[in-house]
Write a protein that binds this ligand. Structure first.
Ligand code: SF4
Ligand code: SF4
Length: 303
């Protein structure tokens, strides 16, 4: 579970919500333990509502030996993160019950070493927010107390920072930070940046979640006519999923918000009109190429 918001995320919590309306920091303590043999073992995985991050998808598709496209088709369902079309993905559950498909019966999680961040965080929730007029985003936390989870009754005190370390969350958050920033900025900017086109959302989906399709995109000849990527960096992108998704996140900061995150071909927009035409034409062709290709994201994203 992860919540990103800008000001007061607790304002609209219903009275009977399991979310505790208190913002916590990393040094706050809570009583909790979870282990194989606890009476509620796997109860949480039978009521799964797991939002996936880009890092989760890379770890899971590697664990399952699938391409990102296969993984997205088989194991995820789409949702809108911001109510304006920004695509997110959740883990698929059984059709009739919210039982996670990755649960291996009584053995527990079938992908435990690579389980998603939301599973690692539970029962802590992550709260990325930027206070009004603040320059930087801050990371806070909140507690979720659901009746099925008896881990709260266990006699073990732990700080949230210690819990994050125990659950291996630091590397997940380090990788996902640009993703959280992107979502927070999109949600907080609202209509001021206009409504991105469906094509932009498709591009977001590909660049952020579907690394194998994104790799095909950066292999197209027009890509290097637009973006100035040194050859060694470009080769790393072609060969390293994690670097490529990190690059995709930075690219989306440029595509959605005009941030100067990826250098363009030198003087592309300032100098010769003919060159500018060529760059714009290359960009247009890139956009056409994306649109023409069979697009598996169509099934995930509603127009
Ligand atoms: S991925 Fe694993 S830990 Fe997470 S809900 Fe599914 S079975 Fe449970
Ligand atoms: S203690 Fe909570 S998190 Fe652990 S298995 Fe039980 S329900 Fe799931």
């Amino acid at each position: 579970m992860s919540i990103e918001d800008t000001q007061s995320p607790f304002d609209n919590i219903p009275h009977n919500s399991p979310i505790q309306p208190q913002r916590l920091s990393g040094s706050d303590k809570f009583s909790f333990n979870c282990y194989k043999g606890i009476s509620c073992f796997n109860a949480c995985c039978r009521q799964a509502d797991i939002t996936l991050t880009p890092y989760d998808i890379l770890r899971l598709k590697d664990n399952l030996g699938m391409t990102s496209t296969e993984f997205l088709k088989t194991h995820t369902v789409p949702f809108e993160i911001d109510g304006q079309g920004l695509p997110g993905v959740k883990l698929r559950t059984e059709d009739e019950n919210p039982i996670c498909l990755l649960l291996d019966g009584d053995n527990g999680c079938g992908v435990y070493e690579d389980r998603p961040s939301a599973c690692r965080y539970y029962p802590v929730g992550l709260l990325n927010m930027r206070a009004f007029k603040a320059e930087k985003e801050e990371q806070h936390y909140f507690m979720v107390k659901e009746n099925h989870c008896t881990g709260h009754n266990e006699d073990r005190e732990i700080t949230i920072d210690e819990y994050r370390k125990e659950q291996g969350l630091e590397e997940y958050d380090d990788f996902n930070w640009q993703y959280y920033r992107l979502i927070l900025k999109k949600k907080s900017s609202g209509p001021t940046i206009g409504k991105p086109s469906t094509q932009s959302f498709h591009f977001f989906f590909t660049a952020v979640y579907d690394v194998d399709r994104f790799r095909e995109f950066i292999k197209t000849p027009n890509f290097l006519k637009v973006y100035a990527i040194p050859e060694d960096e470009y080769n790393e992108l072609l060969n390293d999923d994690y670097k490529l998704v990190a690059f995709g996140l930075m690219l989306m900061h440029q595509v959605l918000f005009g941030e100067n995150t990826i250098p363009l071909v030198e003087n592309a927009y300032e100098n010769r009109i003919e060159e500018r035409k060529e760059i714009l034409e290359a960009k247009r062709k890139l956009a056409e190429e994306i649109a023409k290709k069979e697009d598996p994201t169509d099934q995930y994203i509603k127009d």
